[in-house]
Design a protein around this ligand. Structure first.
Ligand SMILES: Cc1ncc(COP(=O)(O)O)c(C=O)c1O
Length: 366
């Protein structure tokens, strides 16, 4: 493996320092909550190794909302990042071929690069509303295609893939014997009913998610892989055991107690996201310089400067950060042009969020 640090991590708010930023529009999750707010009690927890697959009661809670999915289909991982690493490093070698849809969350591109497999990128286009064309995937298949990797709702665009397409992709996977990796980390933040969980549609599909983005608790590093394919699950467990044996029992217990009563918190989380999204929609609706494809879920959008706008983007980002202490995610975090930037609308409270987008206007104007 050849590891390279990704710009999205080198330049992340936690790397440059949260105290440097007044309006944080670079985040891709809802606001983090404190341990005290969670009302969790760990007094009787024994500091032992945990169940290698993951705490059974927690896996049952995670499986519960989905049709055709059982506790045994869920493997707990260290965040969705850990899940993606386990899947990609277990399935791909330098002799295999991967098809990955861009733009995408950087790890879905960088880990396969580190493995050294052959990669075909399918670039979704702004001018086509980032719509996925399945025939493009079909045309790119090779005899050694092992994995096709998609994310829905997308990071950084917030665009979702429709259920018919997920089903069609599952059929394609079965027919051509590849696995379909669906990163569904933003699923619980869909604006409309999300499509069927990919892993519930086919045993060639693998769904990944975590509690980081929708619930504001990335500090416990708890994610999961769901697949009904038992030999795949066994392979992923082997990888997990070799990397870190099991999850932290502390993380598992906190996550379990939180998810048991998540509805107590989730309503206000969704309300805050909805309010900020309305502010963002109004702002984008009449914007002189920026255009976007409206997200259908998640907490990020990926606006761009209109083609006719002549702007020095380096100066824009510099001014926005140095002068207005406002931070967004430039396009190069996603191997895209810097005329795009990722704008997170789930993190800051409404007044600071409003100030942040006003600062974007000020930085453009100046
Ligand atoms: C699409 C997507 N997948 C996975 C992750 C990793 O999240 P975590 O490891 O915190 O669960 C992220 C984080 O930004 C993401 O946006």
């Amino acid at each position: 493996m050849k590891y390279v640090r990704m710009p999205i991590e080198i330049e992340s708010p936690e790397s440059i320092g949260y105290d440097m930023i007044e309006c944080n529009l670079a985040e891709s999750s809802v606001r983090d909550i404190s341990f005290r707010e969670m009302g969790v009690n760990l007094d009787t927890l024994v500091m032992a190794y945990g169940d290698h697959i993951g705490k059974p009661a927690l896996r049952e809670l995670i499986a519960d909302p989905y049709q055709h999915i059982h506790t045994r289909d869920v493997l707990l991982t260290v965040g969705a990042a850990g899940a993606l690493f386990i899947i990609q490093s277990s399935l791909l070698t330098s002799n295999d071929h991967l098809i990955v849809i861009r733009p995408n969350y950087a790890t879905n591109i960088e880990t396969p690069k580190a493995i050294g497999c052959a990669i075909t990128y399918i670039d979704l286009e702004f001018d086509k509303n980032y719509e996925l064309d399945i025939t493009e995937i079909e045309k790119s298949l090779r005899p050694n295609t092992k994995l096709v990797s998609i994310t829905t709702p997308q990071n950084p665009t917030g665009v979702s893939i429709e259920e018919e397409k997920i089903i069609a992709l599952c059929k394609l996977a079965e027919k051509n014997n590849f696995f379909l990796l669906v990163d569904e980390t933003y699923r619980d933040l869909s604006f409309v009913d999300p499509s069927a969980l990919a892993a519930s549609v086919s045993d060639h599909a693998i769904s990944v998610s975590s509690v980081s983005k929708a619930y504001g608790i990335p500090g416990i590093r708890l994610g999961w892989i769901i697949t009904r394919n038992t030999s795949l699950q066994y392979l992923f467990l082997a990888a997990k055991e070799q990397i870190h044996i099991c999850n932290s029992v502390v993380d598992e217990e906190i996550c379990y107690q939180y998810l048991l009563k998540k509805e107590n918190y989730f309503y206000s989380i969704r309300q805050m996201v909805k309010n900020n999204f309305t502010v963002l929609e109004n702002w984008m609706g009449t914007h002189k310089y920026l255009e976007w494809v409206k997200p259908s879920g998640g907490v990020v959008a990926f606006p761009r400067f209109k083609n006719e706008i002549n702007i020095d983007v380096e100066k824009f980002y510099d001014k926005l950060f140095q002068e207005y202490k406002t931070y967004v995610g430039p396009g190069h975090w996603f191997e895209q042009s810097k005329r795009h930037f990722r704008l997170g609308f789930g993190w800051e409270r409404e007044n600071i969020f409003k100030k942040g987008i006003e600062n974007i206007d000020r930085a453009i104007e100046s």
